[in-house]
Design a protein around this ligand. Structure first.
Ligand code: DC
Length: 652
């Protein structure tokens, strides 16, 4: 089986841009398909579940046109689906299966809906019962109450309110709410029993309203038992932006709460329509420091103490609550999650799965029909092999166990593709350790950085090489080094690859070509252009990967990785640097004059320190290592020592 080995981790900090919300993406796709008019959907989640929905809509005769990255134009069919006969395979996507069942039931055709083996175990009886009440012909093709299903054309009658149970999955109610406008008549729904996961119904009603259909809620049970869907057609709002996924946000916010922080997620905030943003309130309740903007949430750990133990009801945030089960590993006492029975009918039996995997890292866990009690480990067990049960959230949740200071193996890590294909890259961007080294020209920072990386088995980023490559690529294309927009465009598309010692530009080895004095001057010129620095920012950040990164360059510790825990300013007297360079040149059989070298270096130091864009200076939070009296080995050791001090969990 495929696996991913995550290293022992101690700290998390940084910024993550969230992928689009799964719940909003799949609802929006369906509503846009049923609506009159064309809808441009932006920031749609690109994942297994949304691909399933997109493919199904195309099969059903809906035109979907890609508009570039994560954007689509959906030409709505203005009512029932035009294709009247289809066999759909919907994987394990509940957010596609349930709403499509209801919408197809009212489309007047013959359809079969099937999915993976786990889908055959996920209940759908309450939805089928609801549909049968209004005259829909539904047949179970395997076991009563479960997919696969067959739907046949039916005469629908809306005489009495449709009764539907709300205590197994709120998706049944969502499916009915979204489909009933296809009847063209006013319809009523009565929820029988306690409605779970209410915030997901809020998302449904909110999006239906965006597409022009109003739903009125009765007054009983705080408005959660009676719904009137007014006759009316869905009409396209024109363009719609999908919020970031609040459930996906939970892993990063929890990382901040557990391992220092601050960690900021972008894409959800105080104006979000997703119930799972209330996960942040649960973190506040256990002591984390949380702050909000319209479109971001940030979380840091309590200072000087652990997260507080908790005993609470999490019915309103069933998915994000899984993350709290893992946060419980880091609390100051046993924690109980209550009213979470719906976990048992999700992608896997999540209560069973969570209990089993948390035990592997050393926790004591009690499991009940609808609760989980987690007692934090006395000591985390290193190297646990975590099974993920084809459940994306199991994989993402258990990655946080690494903050126990132990390596963790995640089996079948690709299951995160259901909602967050880039999860582990994003996790590395807040959790993989970074050592940022700066210093004046010829201080030996490149040599030291490369050796520290080799010793730790970390990745190495030579940021100066990126500026040199940009200068070379610009020159090759005839773009002047002073043309800020032109050079920035070159930098944004830089076809550079680092292959061990070799550096390639468009497939050609340029390792020597970028080291000339001429390209040094070019690099220094293009590095002074703000648009070029911005163009290279994301590219440099993408180097933050497991197990860690050592980078050298001007603004690595201040702009690129301000959250780096180990920042080193490597320096030496100008005389010592001139002498080193002199020896290097002589060793290469080149002629050199030490006095001229010293003069050049001093002039360059002055220029570098005086320039307005990213000037050379020791950061306030950087450790000064004066290498004048040190050998390279000693300088490497000094950096390793600084890293060991900073990573020591006793400092948290
Ligand atoms: O380290 P180096 O000599 O390869 O750097 C080439 C030029 O790029 C030098 O003028 C400094 C500049 N540079 C920068 O401005 N910011 C960085 N992060 C790295 C290099």
């Amino acid at each position: 089986m495929e696996f991913l080995d995550l290293p022992a981790l101690h700290h998390a900090a940084g910024v993550v841009r969230l992928p689009g919300s799964k719940s909003i993406s799949n609802r929006t796709l369906l509503l846009a398909a049923l609506a009159e008019g064309r809808t441009e959907i932006h920031d749609l989640l690109d994942s297994d579940d949304t691909q399933v929905m997109l493919a199904a809509l195309k099969t059903l005769g809906v035109q979907v046109e890609p508009l570039g990255r994560d954007s689509y134009a959906v030409s709505g069919v203005g009512g029932a689906f035009p294709v009247k006969q289809a066999e759909l395979f919907l994987g394990n996507a509940g957010t596609a299966f349930r709403p499509l069942t209801a919408a197809l039931a009212l489309s007047g055709g013959t359809y079969t809906l099937d999915g993976v083996a786990r889908m055959h175990e996920r209940p759908i009886g309450d939805l089928v019962d609801g549909l049968r009440q209004i005259g829909v012909h539904v047949e179970y093709l395997r076991n009563d109450g479960f997919p696969p299903l067959k739907l046949a054309p039916s005469d629908v009658s809306l005489m009495a309110p449709i009764k539907v149970r709300g205590d197994v999955s709120s998706q049944f109610l969502t499916a009915l709410l979204m489909a009933l406008p296809l009847t063209g008549k006013t319809a009523q729904i009565e929820v029988v029993g306690e409605l779970i996961s209410k915030p997901y119904i809020e998302i449904t009603l909110n999006l239906m309203a965006r597409f022009g259909v109003k739903v009125e809620r009765g007054v009983e049970n705080e408005g959660w038992s009676h719904f009137t869907i007014h006759a009316g057609k869905y009409t396209s709002p024109g363009s719609i932006h999908v919020e970031g996924d609040a459930s996906s946000a939970s892993y990063f916010l929890a990382a901040g709460a557990i391992a220092g922080g601050p960690v900021r997620v972008e894409g959800v905030g105080s104006t979000s329509i997703q119930g799972d943003v209330r996960f942040a309130e649960a973190l506040i309740a256990i002591g984390a420091e949380v702050s909000y903007g319209d479109n971001w949430i940030e979380c840091a750990a309590p200072v000087g103490r652990k997260l507080s133990a908790f005993d609470a009801d999490f019915n309103h945030i069933p998915d994000a609550a899984m993350t709290l089960a893992v946060a419980a590993l880091f609390a100051d006492g046993p924690c109980t999650l209550r009213n979470i029975a719906s976990w048992r009918v999700k992608e896997t039996d999540r209560i069973f799965a969570m209990a089993k995997e948390l035990r592997k890292v050393g926790a004591e866990v009690d499991e009940g029909a609808d609760y989980l009690k987690v007692t934090p480990p006395v000591a985390f067990v290193p190297g646990a092999a975590i099974d993920t049960y084809d459940d994306h959230r199991m994989a993402m949740c258990l990655s946080l166990a690494t903050f126990g200071g132990v390596p963790v193996r995640i089996n079948d890590p690709r299951c995160v593709g259901k909602t967050f294909p880039e999860y582990f890259d994003a996790f590395a961007r807040v959790a993989a350790p970074v050592i940022a080294i700066d210093g004046p020209s010829a201080s030996g920072k490149g040599t030291v950085a490369a050796r520290v990386a080799a010793k730790l088995g970390f990745h190495y980023l030579d940021s100066g090489a990126l500026y040199r490559l940009t200068a070379l690529a610009a020159e090759n294309k005839g773009v002047s080094w002073d043309d800020e927009a032109g050079v920035a465009a070159v930098a944004a598309q830089l076809p550079a690859e680092f292959e061990g010692e070799r550096i390639l530009l468009a497939g050609i080895d340029v390792s020597d070509a970028i080291r000339t004095e001429h390209m040094g001057i070019g690099a220094s010129r293009v590095a002074a252009l703000p648009a070029v620095r911005t163009a290279l920012l994301e590219r440099q950040r993408a180097y933050q990967r497991f197990p860690g990164l050592v980078g050298d360059g001007r603004d690595l510790g201040s702009v690129i990785f301000p959250w780096a825990r180990t920042k080193v300013f490597l320096t030496a007297t100008a005389e010592a640097r001139a002498e080193r360079r002199y020896k290097q040149l002589i060793a290469k059989g080149m002629s050199a004059n030490i006095a001229v070298l010293l003069e050049d270096l001093q002039a360059r130091d002055a220029r570098d320190s005086a320039r307005s864009v990213a000037p050379l200076k020791q950061g306030e939070d950087a450790v000064l290592v004066d290498t004048t009296p040190l050998s390279i080995e000693q300088a490497v050791q000094a950096v390793l020592d600084a890293y060991a001090r900073n990573e020591n969990p006793a400092d948290v």
